[in-house]
Design a protein around this ligand. Structure first.
Ligand code: ADP
Ligand code: SF4
Length: 686
């Protein structure tokens, strides 16, 4: 008897039964219809890891909802059925339920490859302000055709074997949401105007789908109950609630969340676990049907409490199931400390923006289940035990160590600092980034449980020390240093900043524990210059402003923390900096001592300041001699490798992937980079 037994109770969803309460909700994988093998293996892995229900991402029902370049799933015609049947089989093999999210993107589709006009309730520009395309107003015949397409797609989903068929009205990426919206639906017929009219199409499509499901498959409604910050958006205490009341008993399952995606997938920097509950937990009070909700849930105690308190019936997860596909199995087997908790960084989300297969900071094996045959929990066992020395216990070194240990090898890690964790440890001290520490903690726990592992802190090694140790392999994972010479993304050449006092993120991060340099007793005028464009500069600006300094955030690019657009963070970062009184200076390029050149006008401005914090490029920390040419990597007998930021500075996700990759290379004795399968697109030349 475990306190988590409640999570393993079956849940009736209409005519089907979920074996437990762990529900992997639909999310983009980047492996769309044209890379099916990766998608199938990824979802099969979640089922193997114990998710009682595994859902497939938005599946376009017809050519007039072509979402390319976002690689969604498709079920346009019968030729798509075998691919879906294979997906269902991979999920059901592990006794999980398979769900499919049928969707029509409406005014968010672009139809760039199908060439079909974008359709919506009213003739208006599409819901992507940057795209110069308009939607065509649907006639009543078009509405009938859409319902026919949805019914046909549902029939194919049944034929493919799905247990749960979704109707999708969420995230503002849905024709059904367009019809609900008073912004987008300005019709005066029976599908527009009053609430009853605007909800009509949603009701009809649920009824159509129930008819096709014929009491043998369940029908779920994915619905965003609130659209915070949107003018005339749905509110959970307004029309969002009215929709739930009006349709309460119609679907077999309510899958509820927030819209748009930046509200649904909030990062840990700005939102804690369970952040959606204040909006979504009213739903259970209005329906007897089961309810699934999300909120980056990784804590089993919280999951139990949500069920006990009647706030949710099923624990929904996208990101936690990416970071740890085996999360349910670990809870079932009372291996709570082994959960690889999502850190809420949204690197996974960024990959969807690129239209590419998922990457994850915590789980380097995601998307590689089929492509490279990687498993998130196991590594093929080696016949011969070898000993490995890893120099540096940052994300790359720790991941490399864990992977080698799993293969049965002996591993020693030497870390120069007083604690393991590298940049994850340092950056976790910045506001909102404490969850970065999970990258270290998951791996340290694994290492602490391994009999053949030793970790030495306060142990800075030279090449001679490392060679003397006598391991079979030495892997340098010694990280990188921030540059102080003006070189950054927009400047390949150094910039002469004269006598200006200049600090790098290393100076700030090393000082943070004591706050000696930057305590509020010494308010200063500080310019944080961002030529890196991810999160670090903005987090440093935030921290310095919190400490009472006058802070200006200056960047040569037109937007603030530009790359955080990919992680959906940018608007919140801007709001936070504004709240703290940080002045924002986009389009200003550092060109000399206190001199900045306006990138639009070309004129120069002198910004007076006490200190410049320069956030630009980084240089690898190479241990002297370890990689001197010409015989790179081969002094002495040990094989020498390098990984992570000391190979090439990048994100923490890239360092973890690199650490995993180098361990695979060490284990196989060759570069495994080329061991990647590709989906074969078959074609014949006419
Ligand atoms: P990555 O992201 O690639 O893992 P980090 O900078 O996070 O890189 O981690 C590198 C780690 O290596 C840091 O904790 C640093 O203290 C450690 N390190 C750097 N040089 C040495 C050295 N010569 N001996 C031992 N540890 C080192
Ligand atoms: Fe979580 Fe980051 Fe992994 Fe996404 S990339 S699942 S947010 S740890």
């Amino acid at each position: 008897m475990s306190s988590y037994d409640l999570l393993f109770e079956p849940v009736q969803i209409g005519p089907v039964t979920a074996p437990n309460r762990f529900y992997a909700v639909p999310h983009a994988t980047g492996h769309g219809w044209n890379q099916p093998s990766g998608a199938i293996a990824l979802r099969g892995m979640k089922a193997q890891g114990g998710w009682g229900t595994v859902a497939v991402q938005i599946t376009e029902i017809s050519p007039n909802t072509d979402m390319a370049n976002h690689p969604m799933e498709r079920i346009w015609d019968d030729s798509d059925i075998p691919r879906h049947a294979a997906q269902v089989e991979a999920i059901k093999k592990h006794d999980s339920l398979a769900a499919i999210e049928l969707g029509h993107g409406g005014m968010r589709a672009r139809n760039l490859t199908s060439g079909s006009p974008v359709i919506g309730p009213t003739a208006l520009p599409v819901l992507r302000p940057e795209v110069p395309v308009q939607a065509m107003e649907m006639t009543l015949a078009d509405i009938r055709a859409f319902r026919d397409d949805h019914r046909a797609a549902a029939r194919r989903a049944v034929e493919a074997g799905y247990d749960i068929i979704y109707v999708y009205a969420a995230h503002d990426i849905s024709l059904l949401s367009n019809f609900l919206s008073i912004n987008n639906n300005q019709r005066s017929d029976r599908y527009g105007g009053s609430f009853e009219n605007r909800v009509r199409l949603l009701r009809e499509v649920i009824e159509d789908t129930l008819e096709v499901a014929a009491g043998e498959r369940a029908v779920a409604l994915r619905f965003s109950v609130a659209e915070p910050g949107k003018q005339n958006g749905l509110r959970h205490d307004g029309e969002g609630r009215d929709v739930v009341e009006a349709l309460a008993e119609l679907p077999d399952l309510w899958d509820v969340n927030l819209s748009g995606w930046p509200h649904d997938s909030q990062t840990a920097r700005f939102a804690d676990e369970g952040y959606q509950l204040p909006y979504t937990d009213f739903v259970k009070s209005l329906t007897t049907k089961p309810v699934v909700g999300v909120g980056r849930f990784t804590s089993p105690d919280m999951m139990v409490s949500l069920v006990k308190k009647g706030r949710l019936d099923l624990i929904g997860a996208a990101r936690p199931s990416i970071a740890d596909p085996f999360l349910p199995e670990k809870i079932r087997n009372d291996r709570i400390d082994e959960i690889r908790e999502c850190i809420g960084c949204n690197i996974c989300v960024s990959m969807d923006s690129y239209g590419l297969p998922l990457r994850c900071t915590q789980n380097p094996t995601i998307s590689e289940e089929w492509r490279r045959g990687w498993h998130p929990e196991t590594v093929p066992q080696s016949d011969v035990e070898r000993s490995h020395l890893i120099v540096g216990a940052g994300p790359a070194g720790l991941e490399c160590a864990v992977t080698l240990l799993k293969a049965g090898h002996r591993v020693t890690i030497a870390e120069a600092g007083e604690q393991a964790g590298g940049r994850a440890l340092k950056e976790s001290r910045l506001p909102g980034l404490s969850s970065w520490l999970r990258v270290r903690d998951y791996r340290l726990y694994q290492i602490s449980q391994a009999a053949k592992a030793e970790l030495f802190v306060s142990s800075e090694l030279t090449l001679a020390d490392a060679l003397e140790f006598g391991a079979d392999t030495i892997t340098f994972a010694t990280g990188a240093k921030w540059r102080d010479d003006g070189v950054g993304s927009t400047s390949a050449l150094a910039i002469d900043t004269g006598t200006l006092p200049l600090l790098t993120p290393d100076d700030i991060l090393n000082d943070l524990p004591e706050l000696a340099l930057f305590g509020s007793d010494k308010p200063a005028s500080i310019v944080v210059y961002d030529d890196d464009h991810f999160y670090i500069a903005s987090a440093i600006a935030e921290r310095l402003a919190m400490n009472g300094h006058r802070v200006r955030y200056v960047t040569p690019l037109p937007t603030i923390a530009t790359w955080t657009d990919f992680t959906l963070d940018m608007p919140r970062i801007i709001a936070r900096l504004n709240e703290l009184g940080v002045e924002l200076w986009p389009n200003m390029k550092l060109t000399g001592e206190k001199i900045f050149t306006d990138q639009l006008k070309g004129d120069q401005k002198n910004l007076d300041m006490d200190t410049l914090v320069f956030v630009g490029a980084r240089v690898p920390n190479c241990v002297d001699g370890a990689f001197s040419s010409p015989a790179e990597g081969q002094p002495g007998d040990a094989q020498i490798y390098r990984t992570g930021d000391c190979l090439v500075p990048g994100t923490i996700q890239a360092a973890v992937l690199s650490g995993h990759q180098v361990a695979r290379d060490i284990l196989s004795g060759r570069s495994t980079l080329r061991d990647q399968r590709r989906d074969q697109i078959t074609f014949s030349l006419a």
